[in-house]
Write a protein that binds this ligand. Structure first.
Ligand code: SAH
Length: 282
C-alpha cells in the first residue's frame, strides 16, 4: 500500500479526534481492570500513556481519587483533553501533556499505577514494559490493552489491515511471556467484549464518517478516504473472531522478591516459584 498522503491524515484525524475513544474499550472494562489492582493507595499517582483525547483518562479520574498525568504524542488530542478537563473541573487533578511514551520524562519509580489502552504497541510491547517497569514504584500496577490474534489463518484482508498497523501483533501467550520476562507478576487478563469495540469507538466512528460524507459529498478524494476508513468497522463485523483486544493487569514485583539471599528465606519462595512455573507450562 502507498504511503498515506497528508490529506489522508487530515481526514483520518478529522474522524478519530471526534470520537470518545481512539480504540476499543469502555468504562465497564476499565472498572474491571482497576478492580484487579487490589492494593492501590487511596489516592494513587497514575500515568496514562497514549491517552488520546482521554476517554479512559476521564473514567480513571471518576473511578479513583488519584492524581493523573496523561501523555500523548498527538498535540491536538491533548488540546481536546485539556478542554474536557477544564469543562469538568478536573484540571487540578489531571495533567495532560504532549510527550513520547518511549521517553515520558517522569521521575523513576514515581507511579502507583500506569494505564495504557491500545497504545503501548506503538513503541513495541517489550520496550513499553521496560519503560513502565522503571516508572512504577515496587509493587506498582500496570493495566494495559493490546490487540492479539485469537484464531489461525485470518482472511487476507484482516491480515493486511493488521500488517499495516501492528505487524508484530502476537497471541495472549506471547504478551504473558513478555510480561514475565520484564519483571512483572501477572494478576489477570480478560478479553474485551464486542460491545467495547462499538459503544465508544466504531458506532461513533460510523456516525462521524456519515457526517463527513455529507459535508464532503462533492469531494471525490475525501469521499474515497472516508470509504477506506469505513472498512475497519465493516471488517470487524465480519471477522472479529480472528482477533481481540485483551486487558492485562500486572504488578511490578516488590523489591524483596529480587533481593532475598538468605537460604532460609529462599526456601518458601523457590517452592512458590516452582509451582508458578508448572502452572504456566500447562
Ligand atoms: N488510549 C486512547 C488512545 C488509543 S490510540 C484510547 O484508548 O482511546 C493510540 C494513541 O497512542 C494515539 O492517541 C497516539 O497519538 C498515541 N501514541 C502513539 N505513539 C505514541 C508515543 N510514542 N508516545 C505517546 N503517544 C503515542
Amino acid at each position: 500500500m502507498n504511503k498515506p498522503t497528508p490529506l489522508f491524515w487530515k481526514v483520518f484525524f478529522g474522524v478519530y479526534e471526534a470520537l470518545p475513544r481512539q480504540g476499543p474499550g469502555n468504562r465497564a472494562c476499565a472498572a474491571r481492570a482497576l478492580g484487579l489492582c487490589r492494593e492501590l493507595p487511596p489516592s494513587p499517582a497514575i500515568l496514562d500513556l497514549g491517552c488520546g483525547v482521554g476517554g479512559q483518562t476521564i473514567q480513571l479520574a471518576e473511578l479513583t481519587s488519584g492524581s493523573i498525568v496523561a501523555i500523548d504524542s498527538h498535540a491536538p488530542s491533548i488540546e481536546r483533553l485539556k478542554a474536557t478537563l477544564a469543562a469538568r473541573g478536573l484540571s487540578q487533578r489531571v495533567q495532560a501533556q504532549v510527550g513520547d511514551m518511549a521517553h515520558p520524562e517522569q521521575p523513576p519509580e514515581s507511579f502507583d499505577l500506569i494505564w495504557s489502552e491500545g497504545a503501548l504497541y506503538n513503541i513495541g510491547i517489550g520496550n513499553a514494559l521496560r519503560v513502565c517497569h522503571g516508572l512504577l514504584r515496587p509493587g506498582g500496577y500496570l493495566a494495559f490493552t493490546d490487540a492479539v490474534w485469537r484464531k489461525e489463518d485470518p482472511p487476507p484482508e484482516v491480515e493486511a489491515s493488521f500488517d499495516l498497523d501492528y505487524p508484530t501483533m502476537g497471541w495472549v501467550e506471547d504478551v504473558l511471556i513478555a510480561i514475565e520476562s520484564c519483571g512483572f507478576e501477572q494478576l489477570g487478563h480478560f478479553t474485551l467484549p464486542d460491545d467495547a469495540w462499538w459503544s465508544d469507538f466504531y458506532t461513533p466512528m460510523e456516525h462521524r464518517i456519515d457526517e463527513l460524507r455529507v459535508k464532503y459529498a462533492n469531494d471525490a478524494e475525501v469521499s474515497s478516504i472516508l470509504d477506506q476508513l469505513a472498512q475497519e468497522p465493516k471488517l470487524h463485523r465480519r471477522f472479529s473472531d480472528y482477533y481481540a483486544y485483551e486487558f492485562f493487569v500486572v504488578r511490578r514485583h516488590q523489591e524483596q522478591a529480587h533481593t532475598q539471599t538468605q537460604p532460609a528465606m529462599n526456601e518458601g519462595l523457590e517452592q512458590q516459584h516452582a509451582g508458578d512455573g508448572a502452572a504456566r507450562r500447562r
